[in-house]
Design a protein around this ligand. Structure first.
Ligand code: NAP
Length: 225
């Protein structure tokens, strides 16, 4: 059985990735604040694999290690590969001087500190498992395409990419990479008027999973399309 820990599975790209990962020999472990009942029902109706859901706020960064310990204690004993997909993120467009301190801290926690903590716990708790172990971080072209108002989001994503490269140098047991989707039609782009420029979440999920399974490059940050 292959096991996937997926953050941000309640909607958008994460939900599309979750749907594509439902399969007979997959154990899918989802993390987001709100449970995705549709995803759970889909797995039940198709009698495919196992889906576990953890309703968890990734802003609670000091609780992440407990969450991961709990996840690892309940892993199936017959795992052939283990994956962590750090997909959850938030976005806002605002000049830094009018952004509340809490909002700055929250964005950096969810988009950057949480993936760092999840990575740390993943490497620590998976050490005894002599299987393929991969981490895929969902980044963004905003890591280097900067816009006024986008400082927090861009800083979080460029931090995520620097973290990916650093862990790529540090680790050989667990493999890590990040992938940058282009613009996708999700709640993050609810205000975008020209929807025809946006790809569907399903398209983004296909591209991301292609990198996870077939085009994985340890320590690299790449465009998804
Ligand atoms: N959409 C785009 O055009 C685009 C482009 C480039 C990169 N990306 C990246 O792609 C990824 C997915 O984006 P998306 O467009 O699918 O976003 P989305 O539709 O807004 O979904 C975000 C997901 O993150 C979860 N999340 C947000 N805050 C959370 C928290 N505090 N704790 C736990 N989970 C939380 C949400 O779940 P809950 O609300 O239930 O917690 C949701 O499942 C992100 O990393 C984003 O930066 C998106």
């Amino acid at each position: 059985m292959e096991c996937f820990i997926l953050t941000g599975a309640s909607h958008g790209i994460g939900e599309a990735i979750g749907k594509k990962l439902i399969s007979a020999n997959h154990h899918l472990i989802c993390v987001s604040r709100k449970k995705n009942e549709a995803l759970i029902s889909l797995a039940r109706s198709e009698k495919q694999g196992i889906v576990d859901y953890f309703e968890f706020d990734l802003n609670q960064v000091t609780e992440i290690d407990n969450l991961m310990r709990n996840i690892f204690e309940n892993l199936s004993s017959r795992i052939s590969a283990l994956y962590l997909i750090n997909n959850a993120a938030i976005h806002f467009n605002q000049a830094i001087e009018v952004t509340e301190p809490d909002s700055i801290a929250r964005l950096m926690n969810i988009n950057l500190v949480a993936p760092m903590m999840l990575t740390s716990s993943f490497i620590k708790y998976s050490k005894p498992l002599n299987i393929e172990k991969r981490i895929l971080n969902v980044s963004s072209g905003s890591s280097f395409n900067l816009t006024p108002g986008g400082s927090c989001y861009s800083t979080s994503k460029s931090g995520l990419e620097t973290f990916t490269k650093s862990i790529g140098m540090e680790q050989s047991d667990v493999k890590i990479m990040s992938v940058r989707p282009g613009m996708v039609n999700t709640e993050m782009h609810a205000d975008t008027l020209n929807k025809k420029d946006l790809k569907s979440p399903e398209y983004a999920a296909d591209r991301i999973l292609t990198f996870l399974f077939e085009r994985f490059e340890h320590g690299k940050n790449v465009k998804a399309w």
